[in-house]
Design a protein around this ligand. Structure first.
Ligand SMILES: Cc1ncc(COP(=O)(O)O)c(C=O)c1O
Ligand SMILES: Nc1c(O)cccc1C(=O)C[C@H](N)C(=O)O
Length: 407
């Protein structure tokens, strides 16, 4: 990495990048290489105008009429969660009526975990999960267990040992497909099949998968899933999250937060809960119109994107970063923790370094924005919609400079 100009082979990769034109659809601040789209996706340029139009035109002028106005042309607020659900469904291999949008990923995890337990084999009480799962998934399972009087067992095992622990008494398997620290990707299809062979219901957290690469929930026969709107879907800070419930479970799965917006006819104001058709039953309360509008607009960036091309580019970006940093692993206490095997890699690259916190602070000060994650992880997220190989090269040079300065 002694070259000062972009190497020819990286320039050539950018020159034939089929997604290069998507970058202009994002606002990316000057002087920054933004490698944190796996925490908060960058701003799609059309979002501010859409949010302003919803606020001024629809809220300001139309007021309460906007809940129903334009229903025929698909502009009413009431069905906005369903329209957003349809856009997300395409990205995760689901049918539109199997996806519900709203609330946070944590709340949706509660909803689908409760639903999964409701359709699990009678008598089973074990929730099997990855010991290193993202904390909120573990906390939600703990909270649900407390609510159920401690009748469940949350069994935490290393992700690599899931198959061994998948015995035929496990009720629900709760896994995050891409590990937020290491970027390790699990075989969603293979593990789902193993779980189903044991009569275990699956709940997948797609926080670091949706919008990062093609996901095929129905192709895998998955039962339930959740995911974030603000990471690779670029819906903005605190964007509504989504959940997936396979159609075959709709009739039996309990709706733990049975709110009026999930009722078949909310304005009937009936005394008892009659679920809306499909996954809409899981939309508990009033749709968050402003943030849903931002997410709705952000998802349009994906409308003409071939998700296989997106995956190919993601792997090319992460491969390039790994190759460029490889010589540094011999010179510095820098250890790659992301799998080299493409099948086992999400859209991020992570390293261990004893001074990871300080190194990341230096990188951020230099305009290379990644993440530090406890205890010693440097994490770099790659978003094929707006990154080039030139960005990767610049980031790698920045990492080299930061490590040399600290050595
Ligand atoms: C795997 C995973 N699940 C869930 C979440 C968070 O969910 P929430 O939207 O509730 O903050 C994150 C990130 O914050 C995550 O990385
Ligand atoms: N959701 C976040 C937030 O509200 C503040 C800061 C970071 C986040 C994140 O999304 C963290 C992210 N899930 C992670 O993988 O670390």
């Amino acid at each position: 990495m002694t070259t000062l100009t972009l190497p020819d082979h990286l320039m050539a990769l950018d020159a034939r990048d089929p997604l290069a034109h998507k970058r202009s659809e994002f606002h990316l601040p000057r002087g920054v290489v933004y490698l944190d789209g796996n925490s908060l996706g960058a701003l799609p340029r059309r979002v501010p105008e859409r949010v302003a139009q919803v606020a001024q035109g629809e809220w300001g002028e139309q007021l309460i009429r906007s809940w129903t106005a334009g229903a025929e042309e698909g502009r009413d607020w009431m069905a906005l969660p369903d329209r957003v659900a349809a856009k997300i469904a395409r990205l995760i291999g689901a049918a539109p009526h199997e996806v519900a949008v709203g609330d946070s990923t944590s709340v949706n995890t509660f909803k689908v975990l409760a639903a999964a337990l409701g359709v699990a084999q009678p008598g089973r009480r074990i929730i099997l999960t990855d010991a290193e799962n993202f904390p909120t998934d573990l906390y939600v399972a703990q909270g649900l267990n407390a609510l159920l009087g401690g009748t469940l067992e949350l069994r935490r095992v290393p992700a690599d040992d899931i198959e061994t622990h998948l015995t035929d008494d496990v009720a629900v398997l709760l896994l995050t497909q891409v590990d937020y620290r290491t970027g390790r990707r699990l075989d969603l299809k293979g593990i789902t099949a193993q779980a189903q062979a044991k009569g275990t219901v699956t709940v997948w957290d797609l926080a670091h998968s949706a919008g990062a690469f093609p996901v095929d929930l129905n192709g895998a026969g998955a039962d339930f899933a959740v995911g974030c709107g603000y990471k690779f879907l670029n819906g903005g800070p605190g964007a509504p999250a989504f959940l997936f419930a396979a159609e075959r479970h709709h009739a039996q799965a309990p709706v733990a937060i049975s709110g009026w917006m999930g009722h078949a006819d909310p304005f009937e104001m009936a005394r008892d809960f009659t679920p809306a058709p499909g996954a809409r039953r899981f939309v508990a309360g009033t749709p968050m119109v402003l943030s849903l509008s931002a997410l709705d607009e952000a998802l349009d960036v994906f409308a003409d994107v071939d998700m296989e091309a997106l995956r190919a580019k993601s792997l090319s970006l992460t491969d390039t970063f790994i190759e460029l940093l490889e010589p540094l692993t011999a010179r510095f206490p820098l250890t790659l923790v992301t799998p080299l095997d493409h099948a086992r890699r999400g859209s991020q690259v992570s390293y261990r370094h004893p001074q990871a916190r300080e190194v990341m602070a230096d990188l951020i000060a230099a305009g290379i924005i990644g993440d530090f994650r406890t205890p010693d992880i440097l994490r770099f997220g790659f978003t094929p919609l707006y990154h080039s190989h030139a960005d990767v090269w610049q980031a790698a040079r920045g990492v080299q400079a930061a490590l040399e300065a600290r050595a």
